[in-house]
Design a protein around this ligand. Structure first.
Ligand SMILES: [Zn+2]
Length: 103
């Protein structure tokens, strides 16, 4: 399946939530998120480890293994699994300093 980005395309239209929820989901999907692997690439002086103790906080770690979160993705990964994970874990891919509702 080819992803569409225009007109609320194939996956964007599935994110029926607040703007903050949509923003978190987009960060997770695109890998442009406040996590250690992003810091390692763009802000090497910022922390790169996961608060759970993992050496590097990566997207697969958060979605599949991190003990800070629940309802990890199962394979085969589907958009439904992903949305369920994001709803169950409102702090996943969120900025720690963001006010409530911003994402
Ligand atoms: Zn972790």
């Amino acid at each position: 399946m080819k992803l569409k980005y225009t007109g609320g395309g194939a996956w964007l239209s599935r994110l029926q939530g607040s703007p903050g929820f949509t923003a978190r989901c987009c960060r997770a999907i695109l890998g442009h998120a406040p996590i250690g692997s992003f810091n390692a690439q763009f802000f090497p002086h910022q922390p790169t480890g996961c608060p759970c103790g993992a050496v590097l906080e990566t997207r697969p770690h958060i979605l599949g293994y991190c003990n800070r979160f629940t309802d990890h993705l199962k394979t085969p990964i589907s958009m439904t699994n992903f949305i369920d994970f994001m709803k169950a874990n409102p702090r996943a891919f969120a900025f720690n300093t963001a006010p409530s509702g911003i994402g």
